[in-house]
Design a protein around this ligand. Structure first.
Ligand code: PMV
Length: 336
């Protein structure tokens, strides 16, 4: 399908994907999309989304195009409505216009590589820009959060922390940068074990965990300890502590998923084999640690000098299609 020609106020933004070291699972408020727990992530240089937003006078309804094909618009319109609300407060014309949003990912969409994180962060920056708003990063993070909880972190580069917040209006549920990527240049090797969109959507999955898993209260109770320890590991540049805690928090999340009814089993055989391969590397003295989100891909944290060895080891794991090396990425930014 051809994309329509646009003719209004336009902005283009790039946002990078991120991977949580201390993870978010469960919503405090479903309407505001505020998380029940805080989270800490690293932004990934190798995986990003580019998004163009144009507010078009006279356009009947918002349109979303992903890699040239029409896509579902509901969550996108929700973020655009918030931008239009800000614009209305300032008397800007975008307040009354529908928008054309077109995005491309430089990686497989919906395959557990956090395309919603980079996607909604790029949307927030581009939509605010196209509307003529100049919002501080904190406001952009809140805007992105309304699309996807993890997207709030992709507004920032390097290491970012998302605050769960306590305010009833969600105004204190935003992310901020903990450390610039230059200050601790770690590497992530992404092992792709499956292509395609097969996982249970994270919103549905986390709501089911909250409703059914006997482990959910323990997940909430132990979150702050993990956040405190991760902040300390980052402050001290203690890679072993960061890595060990990342694996622990990841496995705790998957224990919660496995005890959800019906069970959320996001792993395949290659996911498990890759986890063992990482532990085998460690047994040989190479410091590498895995983390896994709501999907079958395995992300391995290592030091830059070990990335090639980690990539080689993962590529040999049966069922791993590809192992991609990524440095830590920058904050989201305007391209035009
Ligand atoms: O932001 P969502 O709705 O895609 O959920 C993210 C959930 C995890 O990726 C599993 C954890 C996280 O903090 O990114």
């Amino acid at each position: 399908m051809d994309q329509p020609i646009d003719g209004g106020a336009t902005a283009v933004a790039r946002a990078h994907s991120n991977i949580a070291l201390v993870k978010y699972w469960g919503k405090r408020d479903a309407t505001l999309n505020t998380p029940a727990v805080g989270s800490i992530s690293v932004t990934l240089d190798a995986l990003y989304t580019d998004t163009r937003v144009t507010f078009v006078p006279g356009l009947a309804a918002d349109e979303f195009w992903l890699a040239g094909c029409r896509g579902p618009v509901t969550r996108i319109s929700h973020v655009l409505d918030l931008v239009r609300g800000h614009a209305a407060g300032l008397g800007l014309p975008a307040a009354g216009h529908s928008a054309i949003v077109s995005s491309t990912n430089n990686f497989p969409t919906g395959a557990g590589l956090a395309s919603s994180a980079s996607g909604f962060a790029a949307l927030a920056v581009a939509a605010a820009g196209a509307a003529g708003l100049s919002l501080p990063a904190r406001e952009l993070s809140i805007l992105a959060r309304h699309g996807s909880g993890s997207a709030a972190r992709s507004i920032f580069g390097g290491f970012a922390e998302m605050h769960a917040g306590t305010a009833a209006d969600g105004s204190d549920a935003y992310a901020e940068e903990l450390l610039d990527r230059e200050e601790w240049p770690l590497t992530v090797v992404v092992a792709i074990t499956e292509h395609g969109e097969k996982s249970i959507n994270s919103t549905i999955g986390m709501n089911e965990s909250k409703a059914t898993s006997p482990f959910y209260p323990a997940w909430l109770d132990s979150a702050d300890d993990d956040l405190d320890e991760m902040r300390a590991a980052i402050r001290d540049r203690d890679f072993a502590r960061l890595g060990e805690l990342s694996e622990y928090n990841c496995l705790k999340l998957h224990a919660l998923m496995l005890t959800t009814r019906p069970a959320l089993i996001y792993w395949n055989a290659a996911t498990v084999a890759a986890m063992h391969a990482v532990r085998a590397l460690r047994a040989q003295g190479l410091p590498a640690y895995f983390t896994i989100d709501a999907g079958p891909q395995v992300k391995v944290l290592c030091l830059p000098g070990d990335a090639a060895a980690v990539q080689q080891a993962l590529a040999l794991v049966p069922g791993v299609h590809e192992a991609r090396i990524s440095a830590l990425g920058p904050a989201a930014y305007r391209l035009e």
